[in-house]
Every structure is written in structure tokens, then in C-alpha cells.
Design a protein around this ligand. Structure first.
Ligand code: ZN
Length: 300
């Protein structure tokens, strides 16, 4: 009898070796019950050409991504300025090279710039381009913006051991891709050593899932009432849990008028409840690292 490849190849162990997330308070002495990692993924046209380089000549498909530089990102920056919020923008190296003015405007507004690959290539295990894609991303951010990022979000939300250990080797502070928790935790690498901090994500706050439909990404577009009720319910329950939410918003989706209105209403709600710490990935990860260090000092 032949062996099924899943019996032979899939270890009888959890894929994630990290222990459960520690329960730390959200900031010191400010009464926040929960946190929101406010983040955007700026893929621009690389969202499309990473799926198929031939899209580069399909100009209407490309125009979905082009909306980010022309309208979406400037409008979102205006919204964040009006609300007095700072966010993290994970930008592909390709977007920085193709739209330097857009990338600079994000930086000038004081937002955090994160690494999102170079050409938004899916980091699949064994892929020979994982390191080069990472290097190219770092180099575009450094050369064009003078930024050395501390945070990384995997293109297409996928990751693997090789990538995780590379993030640590590059001195990154955090990753924001995993779906397996509602609080930050520290990764454990394959060799048992500590890895980067994870700021986990949920699909509920990924606007692409319910706000964009295109020939090569067909989906049902959900109206404001559906999405707002989902976003509020998730946030309210997370406040009761003392946990966090992470948004994964794209200027080509949430920079559209109806989605923009919905996002503004949601952010005003989150600010209005008064107990949600709305912060960048760097702020949350640094806070986590400080809590971890003080616990270790007490233990030591
Ligand atoms: Zn992306």
C-alpha cells in the first residue's frame, strides 16, 4: 500500500511553536482596554502584476492599482490628518519606485513605513526568490525614502520558516501576517530561538475581502451596513476580551468614496469609545517588547 503524502510529510505537531500570547496591559496607566493596529497595505499596481506580469499591459486591470497614487492614498492621508491618527503603511518596493511622490507623502505625514516585499511576491516555502524579494524591498525603502523598516507584512498574507528567520536576521522588530491570535506574541524559530513579535491579523478587517471586485479578483462587494456592523462587533468583543484588532486596508479599496465614508465612520466610532489604543505597529510592538523585558527582569 502506498503512503499518503500527508502521513509522511506533515509533522504531528502544531505548525506554530510559540507559546500562548502573554496578557500584558495596553500602555501604562492610560486606561485602554484594547488596541487597534491601524495599518494599510500599499500594493498599487504590484497587487496585480505579482499575480501575472502580463497584467502590465492590461491597462484597466492596472488602473485598479493606479487609483492608489492618484486618489486613494492622498484621500486616506487627509482622513488620518483630520482625525489626528498615525498609521502604518506597508509598501511594496515596486510602489515606492513607481510612485515616489506618493510614498514620500506618507512619510512626510509622520506615518510608519513597513516592508511589504518588493513586487508583492507570495513567499511560498522553497521559493528561490524569497531572499532577493526581501532585499529589494529593503533597498527601495532605504534608497528612495531613507527608511529602515522595523515591521513586515507578507504579501498575500503567507509566510514560512525561511522568511521568519530572515526577518530576525535583518533585525526586524515585528511581523503582521499570522491569523492565530488576538494579542501580540513572540515567534519561536525552527531552532528554538526567539523570533520577531507577531501582531496578528484577521480577515474581518481586510477590506479587499468585501470591498473590491475586478475581472481578475471577482468578489461580492458588501455595503456599508454589513461591513460597519462586522467591524464594530469585532471591535466591541475584542474590547471585552482586552485584546487587539489589526486592520488590513488598501488605498485601492478604502480610498474609494463609499469605503472611505465607512472607514471614517468606523474610526470615529473606535476613537469615540475612549478605551481603544489606536496605534502603529511599531508602537504596539515596542510596548510588547518593554512589557516582556520587565517581566523577564522580575523573573530574573
Ligand atoms: Zn499586499
Amino acid at each position: 500500500m502506498p503512503e499518503h503524502k500527508s502521513w509522511a510529510n506533515v509533522p504531528l505537531a502544531p505548525a506554530n511553536k510559540a507559546p500562548p500570547a502573554p496578557i500584558f496591559p495596553w500602555t501604562r496607566g492610560r486606561g485602554f482596554r484594547a488596541a487597534m493596529f491601524l495599518s494599510f497595505d500599499v500594493d498599487a499596481e504590484s497587487a496585480w502584476t505579482s499575480k501575472d506580469p502580463a497584467h502590465a499591459e492590461r491597462l484597466v486591470t492596472m488602473s485598479f492599482g493606479g487609483y492608489e497614487a492618484r486618489v486613494g492614498t492622498p484621500k486616506l492621508l487627509e482622513l488620518l490628518r483630520d482625525l489626528g491618527l498615525k498609521a502604518t503603511f506597508f509598501i511594496t518596493g515596486w510602489s515606492v519606485e513607481a510612485h515616489p511622490a506618493m510614498a514620500e507623502s506618507i512619510l512626510q505625514e509622520g506615518h510608519e513605513i513597513g516592508h511589504h516585499g518588493f513586487h508583492h511576491l507570495l513567499p511560498d516555502p522553497g521559493d528561490p526568490f524569497i531572499q532577493e524579494e526581501l532585499e529589494r524591498g529593503f533597498s527601495s525603502l532605504k534608497r528612495r525614502l531613507g527608511v529602515v523598516p522595523v515591521g513586515y507584512r507578507a504579501p498575500f498574507g503567507e509566510s514560512c520558516e525561511e522568511l521568519l528567520s530572515s526577518l530576525k536576521q535583518h533585525g526586524m522588530l515585528y511581523s503582521s501576517s499570522w491569523r492565530d491570535d488576538v494579542r501580540p506574541y513572540r515567534h519561536v524559530l525552527a531552532d528554538g530561538s526567539p523570533g520577531v513579535i507577531e501582531l496578528p491579523v484577521t480577515s474581518s478587517y481586510d477590506d479587499w475581502m468585501h470591498g473590491l471586485s475586478a475581472r481578475f479578483s471577482p468578489r461580492t462587494i458588501l455595503p456599508r451596513e454589513h461591513v460597519l456592523s462586522m467591524w464594530k462587533d469585532e471591535l466591541d468583543e475584542v474590547r471585552d476580551w482586552g485584546a487587539m484588532v489589526t486592520t488590513v486596508l488598501h488605498p485601492q479599496v478604502s480610498g474609494r468614496p463609499m469605503r472611505f465614508r465607512l472607514l471614517r465612520e468606523f474610526l470615529e466610532y473606535a476613537m469615540g469609545v475612549g478605551d481603544v489604543w489606536i496605534a502603529t505597529g511599531r508602537e504596539i510592538a515596542e510596548h510588547f517588547a518593554n512589557c516582556e523585558a520587565s517581566v523577564q527582569r522580575l523573573d530574573g
